[in-house]
Design a protein around this ligand. Structure first.
Ligand code: UDP
Length: 365
């Protein structure tokens, strides 16, 4: 049993690294409005480097409850989170469950909540890669069709929802809460110690890669390693390695290049410092495409598609195939540095808009 929570409690569910910078500004804005809140961490990411460090660096209180679910296939994780979360949701009896992004915790919590008759608000609704081989795409689609409140980061997301019949008052374009976190923490970004430790030259590239489509088979990992080595022939590469894919990339010889610096996953402030000062970023991350847009750092996205087209139409992002990375990197390195771009409403106030909307929709006592 949970300790009693006041009527009108908002129940946030987060579980994996990309959730935390999205949760922080929403939580904070609701806290300032005096709303009762309860945070459930599903345990999907349990490493301090992927989880605890975010709560500390972003000044968030520790989650009230950790479900301790991690490891296993997608379905296994989703099923176990559902079982654990149902008991918590019943005892908290929140006025709304707020879920973030596109991870397994998101779809699991949304499913449980609607089955209990609890409304679901989805933060970062409507993004679509149109690639159903991505587990995240399935999570996005299902969550959006279960949620009754949809907070979109960009107008393309609103259009995607409309194309699936999700329209009306429940859909709000609010901007990007992850960018709230970036703008708020900007002065604390610092990769100085890391750059000194690695003795990095002035110009370097940051690389992150962890999507199943890039690291789940030896063949994919080998091609990715080749691409990374090709970039390292041009410029030093720092690669904060995600636990997913770490072993496979290493077994394919990732570290067998003098200018590839493989480091553990970095804290948010260190990572953002590193990205901000990069000459170039190569990634398959969703969030990093958005962050490089705001920094104006050229971003090569190692994927055939993106659910974040605004980073291409407005920002510094371009999609590249593995075989084209070196050519694209050569071109980018020869060009002027990019300029910082803020797509509409990526202004640091998305959390405020979400909190205002939630208070309007679910007035608490
Ligand atoms: N990030 C970090 N340290 C790292 C890599 C990423 O702090 O070593 C942050 C960064 O803000 C990024 C977020 O974690 O946007 C989520 O990244 P990830 O690539 O894990 O998830 P995705 O956005 O692809 O779902």
């Amino acid at each position: 049993m949970e300790k009693p929570t006041p009527p009108g409690t908002f129940l946030h569910v987060a579980g994996a690294r990309p959730n935390f910078p999205k949760l922080a500004p929403v939580y904070d804005a609701l806290r300032r409005r005096g709303a009762p809140q309860f945070v459930v961490h599903t345990g999907q990411h349990f490493d301090d480097a992927l989880s605890g460090v975010f709560f500390r660096q972003l000044g968030m209180p520790a989650p009230e409850r950790n479900l301790g679910v991690s490891g296993g296939s997608d379905s296994e994780v989703i099923a176990r989170i559902m079982l654990e979360f149902e008991a918590v949701a019943r005892s908290i009896d929140p006025v709304c469950v707020i879920v973030y992004g596109d991870v397994n915790s998101t779809i699991a919590a949304a499913t449980v909540a609607v089955k209990l008759g609890i409304p679901v608000a989805h933060v970062e609704a409507g993004l679509r890669s149109r690639d159903r081989s991505m587990p995240e795409e399935i999570n996005r689609i299902v969550t959006d069709h279960l949620a009754s409140v949809h907070f979109a980061t960009s107008s393309d997301a609103v259009e995607n929802l409309a194309a699936e019949g999700i329209t009306g008052d429940g859909v709000e374009l609010v901007g990007n809460p992850m960018i709230d976190t970036l703008l708020l923490s900007m002065e604390r970004f610092d990769a100085g110690a890391l750059r000194r430790d690695l003795q990095l030259p002035h110009e370097y590239a940051t690389v992150t890669v962890h999507r199943p489509g890039n690291v789940d088979t030896d063949e994919d990992a080998r091609e990715i390693v080749e691409a990374v080595h090709g970039v390292a022939d041009l410029v030093d590469v720092v690669l904060p390695v995600h636990p997913r894919g770490s072993a496979r990339l290493r077994s394919q010889g990732l570290e067998k290049h003098d200018r590839v610096h493989v480091v553990p996953p970095l804290g948010y402030l260190e990572f953002m410092g590193l990205v901000r000062e990069s000459r170039l970023v190569v990634t398959d991350s969703g969030g990093v495409q958005e962050e490089t847009t705001v920094f104006g750092v050229p971003c090569l996205t190692l994927r055939p598609n993106t659910e974040r087209p605004v980073t291409i139409t407005h920002g510094s992002n371009q999609l590249v195939g593995r075989e084209n990375v070196v050519r694209a990197a050569t071109r980018v390195l020869a060009e002027e540095r990019g300029v910082s771009v803020r797509p509409p409403l990526w202004d640091g106030a998305a959390g405020e808009r979400i909190a205002d909307s939630m208070n309007r929709r679910f007035p608490h006592l």
